[in-house]
Design a protein around this ligand. Structure first.
Ligand code: FDA
Length: 496
């Protein structure tokens, strides 16, 4: 309804947003969460909420005519990508020149689409990235809290060693070992108890049924099941899906926002004006930065810091594909949830062993490498197109490619194997033109104070991956969650 006032508004419903919504709700603060994607609760005609990777339909992608999965083809043409109907699907690829950024769309944000790997960063690296954050407190209080709240669990090693579904990971470990590299198992928010029951035929298949990327129908403890369900359970939090916030302005006592409500087909239902006392931006690195940049450039919030838009990075993401020898197959049964990473302490790379859940033997090993690339991009705002632009060049990805290639060249040399050039399109073995881990744009202690309060604008906060300056060395959502917990605790104590 036009003119509605609520004490607190949270924009977005990913990790930072969900933490803020729950803690506000528990503190008795009436809170409205506005999320541009849909609530993923109602099954489609096939009885499933999400579609799988092998049979993508309109549920797969955010208003596209064709799916844009990162792996374009393996062995035969166009294994993965299909024509689809334009609809409010769960995965988006926001395309900038030289960089496609994958993000989740829906109540739960990235938690709906991601691989669930829940990794606490190396403490020394965390201290470099966040020199002003009390690391003792993070590692004794906020990381453990995030791990508990997200229900992080670890794969039982005997099962990992025995199951057909992780043969692909064990093979990559063997090949890396021949080159002198070690591996580590990574914790996850996907329930391994559930995955083991899937294998025994006692639970419906999700990770073992090629589900991830377009959502998991079972097994994964995503934010809609955790933080957000608990937030709504407080009785103080309401979630409005299919509401995209387009504008933020100031009122005498707080903030006003404009939100466009659409149907799942994309038809505009209403444009709403809402006011609040406290406004929390949790729309992710791209979404929160866009709202701030637009507000600064159009004069709605003219005094926002110059640093808005700065400090962006893809967390050093590069994907790579290798070809294995015919006598060393990866296995055609592959769990869609990655659990193992090759570690290269010299080059500072962790190469996560990603599945190729094609249902057939492909002899392909796929890696998502996280590298420590110091290069940063920056967002700008194009007023004519009313659009966020990203200043990032392929050349800036070069250190990431070099690090990943250094490691995998040695793996190839030790095993007499080669790269695969048919996986990412464009005939390249290393995909440096897309990422899963967008970070930065409203960096902590630059655009905000040390707890996410936007400088110059009281009661306006950034809660999400926009706070992280471009690189963490590991997958980011545990850190985003822990930082959000730390920040909202301070904000609730001091500002509300
Ligand atoms: P997040 O992106 O989660 O949420 C932002 C939300 O805001 C979205 O729901 C979006 O629709 C909404 N929004 C944006 N603009 C809006 C607007 N104007 N109005 C209303 N709503 C708006 N990380 C990890 O740690 N382990 C992993 O295994 C993986 N794997 C992985 C796989 C894939 C395919 C992807 C795409 C990503 C990952 N990630 C990951 C990354 C992880 O998912 C990501 O870092 C977090 O989701 C980021 O959390 P945020 O809170 O920053 O925003």
């Amino acid at each position: 309804a036009a003119g509605t006032h609520v004490p607190a508004i949270v924009v977005g419903s990913g990790y930072g947003a969900a933490v803020s919504a729950l803690r506000l709700g528990q503190a008795g603060v009436g809170t409205l969460v506005l999320e541009m994607g849909r609530a993923w609760t109602t099954p489609g005609p096939d009885g499933k909420v999400f579609c799988d990777m092998l049979n993508p339909d309109r549920r797969s992608m955010w208003f596209r005519d064709r799916t844009e999965a990162p792996v374009d083809g393996v062995l035969f043409l166009d294994l993965a990508n299909r024509p689809i109907r334009r609809w409010a699907g769960v995965l988006d690829r926001v395309q900038f020149p030289g960089m496609g950024v994958y993000v989740g769309r829906g109540v739960g944000g990235g938690s709906l689409v991601n691989g669930g790997m829940a990794v606490v960063p190396d403490r020394a690296y965390f201290e470099q990235v966040f020199p002003t954050v009390d690391a003792d407190e993070m590692y004794s209080t906020w990381f453990p809290l995030a791990n508990r709240a997200l229900r992080v669990n670890s794969i039982p090693e005997p099962w990992f060693e025995g199951t057909d579904h992780y043969r692909y990971a064990r093979l990559s470990r063997t090949l890396a070992g021949r080159a002198g590299y070690g591996t580590r198992l990574l914790p996850n928010v996907y329930s391994f108890e559930h995955m083991m029951r899937e294998e025994r035929g006692e639970a419906p298949k999700s990770a073992l049924g090629t589900e991830v990327l377009y959502g998991n129908n079972h097994g994964k403890f995503s934010l809609d099941k955790g933080y957000l369900a608990q937030a709504v359970g407080t009785g103080n939090v309401t979630i409005a899906p299919l509401h995209r916030v387009t504008r933020v302005t100031r009122t005498a006592t707080g903030y006003a926002i404009t939100a466009r409500q659409i149907t799942e087909d994309g038809t505009l239902v209403a444009e709403k004006q809402l006011t609040c006392d406290h406004l929390f931006l949790g729309a992710g690195s791209l979404g929160s930065t866009e709202l701030l940049l637009r507000a600064r450039e159009t004069g709605d919030l003219p005094d926002l810091p110059d640093e808005v838009g700065e400090g962006w990075g893809p967390n050093g993401n590069v994907m790579a594909a290798r070809n294995n020898n015919l006598h060393e197959p990866t296995g055609f049964k592959q769990s869609a949830i990655p659990v193992l990473a090759i570690t290269d302490p010299v080059r500072d790379v962790i190469a996560e062993i990603a599945p190729v859940p094609a249902g057939i033997e492909t002899y392909v090993s796929l890696y998502l490498a996280i590298t420590r690339n110091p290069n940063r991009g920056r967002f700008t705002y194009d007023p004519a197109a009313d659009r966020l632009d990203l200043q990032w060049t392929r050349a800036q990805a070069a250190p990431s490619v070099a690090a990943a290639k250094g490691l995998l060249d040695e793996v190839n040399a030790a095993n007499g194997t080669t790269y695969r050039y048919d996986v990412f399109g464009g005939g390249k073995a290393f995909a440096d033109d897309f990422c899963y881990h967008p970070l930065g744009g409203a960096v902590l202690d630059r655009v905000t104070d040390g707890h996410g309060r936007v400088r110059g604008y009281p009661n306006l906060y950034v809660t999400d991956g926009a706070l992280v300056p471009g690189s963490l060395g590991v997958n980011p959502f545990v850190t985003i969650t822990a930082l959000a917990e730390r920040n909202i605790a301070r904000v609730l104590a001091d500002d509300l």
